[in-house]
Design a protein around this ligand. Structure first.
Ligand code: SDX
Length: 429
């Protein structure tokens, strides 16, 4: 049986070291024994953006980027999006097992009865300019929630911790809908206990005092599936932010404000907003060639394409593309869909994208559905944040309960000036 070790020779000293291999990794700290001289600090690994570094152990989500596989707690995303509901998937991600009927009813009841927010949050919301980006409002509101729940600091009290997690999952649709209502000068619509998670959000988003808004079942199901698809995605940038901020043992509201801020970026959750702006700017199929030329000349990126992990088609993009057809039968097709399909066809046959393994990701088609459902483009990252709240919280709880967890504190390669002494301003050149 081959030994699960790595033997490295330091050619500076001729000394060899045997490093244990476990789960396809070596522990970076094992490099510290490799020294050029006894008072040497020892070797570190240098891995900007953590391209090849496992930051944690996790049991929540499995991704195989080469084979386009995504599973929550072992269940394929294709089966969950076809047969499950977001509430059931949220329970699965948080607890590790699919719920029994009684467990699902109990979980849903808890979420449904925590959808209200403190009335003071309205005053906070009203303080924003009408044209504030709803994702900036969302980030602020999530952080502000910690001021209403002082017991949230007791993160190792399981009852108190789980209550905060339920509160966040329940309240993010309310905050999201109200951030939109504020931006268009409409009154806030209160959540309703008789509606599903997705229907309740649509209701708070669209209902007007002058008319009764009836949620269309196809749109309700489509949003529920989109929430399932966006619920978690292992150690992406925003989840890493959730874990990093949370590693200081801060409350989950403050940690999640950091995660939401990361998701806001155009390279991450802001990508579906950037895709719609890109497709709108293309305008017609005839202009696609010019965009492809500019991207290949390094003058920009094809938004909604590429992924750090998926080097094949993002499995979520496949489900969303099929879901789009069902939505468009109700809403009427989105004229940008033809441009998106043609752009995908051209890109997937172009060596530049094929060689770089750039395929459509989750954000390429999701924006087309959101727009057809009547959501404004700047609401798209907020629509991503609602379901990802479940993943952030599950990953955060796993992190604080992991015996390996310490406060995140990476090292660095210092390239600044050496020792030098203060010079009074009168003596400076
Ligand atoms: C999400 O991590 C997650 O799991 C995220 C997410 C989740 O569920 O949490 O899946 C959600 O964020 C999806 C990604 C949404 N972002 C976009 O669609 C923005 C456009 N995509 C890229 O910016 C990019 O692909 C990233 C950010 C997604 C990934 O970047 P990487 O892995 O750091 O890749 P890279 O920037 O090192 O690029 C590698 C090469 C480069 O070419 P060379 O310099 O080697 O010649 O590929 C090129 C890049 O220029 N490239 C692209 C490209 N993405 C990468 N070229 C054109 N268009 C693109 N979209």
């Amino acid at each position: 049986m081959a030994k699960p070790t790595l033997t490295v020779t330091d050619n500076r000293t001729g000394q060899s070291y045997e490093l244990p291999i476990k789960d396809g990794t070596i522990r970076a700290i094992d490099l510290r024994q490799i020294k050029e001289s006894p008072d040497d600090f020892g070797l570190m690994s240098y891995d900007p953006a953590f391209l090849n570094t496992a930051s944690c152990r996790s049991k929540i989500t499995f991704i195989d980027g080469e084979r386009g596989i995504l599973r929550y707690r072992g269940y394929p995303i294709e089966e969950l999006s076809e047969r499950s509901s977001f509430m059931e998937v949220a329970y699965l991600i948080l607890n590790g097992e699919l719920p029994t009927a009684a467990e699902l009813a109990g979980f849903t009841h808890q979420v449904v009865h925590h959808t209200l927010v403190h009335e003071n949050l309205k005053k906070l919301m009203d303080g924003f300019r009408y044209d504030s980006h709803p994702m900036a409002i969302f980030v602020s509101m999530v952080g502000a929630l910690s001021t209403f729940y002082k017991s949230s600091a007791n993160i190792f009290d399981v009852e108190k911790r789980r209550l905060q997690m339920i509160r966040l999952i329940a309240k993010v649709p309310t905050i999201a809908a109200w951030s939109y209502r504020h931006s268009v000068g409409n009154s806030y619509v209160y959540p309703r206990n008789d509606l599903s998670y997705a229907a309740n959000f649509l209701h708070m988003f669209k209902h007007l005092p002058t008319m009764t808004y009836t949620v269309h079942p196809v749109l309700e199901r489509a949003l529920d599936v989109l929430f399932i698809l966006h619920a978690d995605h292992e150690q992406n940038a925003s989840t890493s932010a959730m874990r990093g901020v949370g590693s200081s043992n801060v409350d989950p509201y403050s940690a999640m404000a950091g995660a939401a801020a990361s998701l806001y970026g155009p390279l991450h959750g802001g990508a579906n907003e950037a895709v719609l702006r890109m497709l709108t700017q293309i305008g017609t199929k005839e202009n696609i060639g010019e965009l492809i030329r500019r991207v290949k000349a390094g003058e920009g990126r094809l938004m909604g394409f590429g992924h750090r992990v998926y080097k094949s088609y993002d499995p979520r993009a496949k489900v969303i593309r099929d879901l789009a057809k069902q939505v468009f039968e109700v809403t009427g097709t989105n004229p940008l869909l033809d441009i998106a399909l043609e752009l995908e066809r051209i890109a997937l046959s172009d060596d530049y994208f094929v060689q770089r393994k750039l395929y459509p990701n989750v954000d390429f088609y999701s924006g087309l559905i959101y727009q057809a459902m009547g959501f404004p483009v700047d609401m798209f990252p907020v629509l991503f944040a609602i379901p990802r709240t479940v993943g952030w919280l599950a990953q955060w709880e796993e992190m604080i309960l992991d015996s390996d967890t310490r406060i995140y504190r990476p090292r660095q390669i210092y390239e600044g000036p050496g020792l030098r002494h203060y010079v009074p301003v009168a003596d400076r050149k």
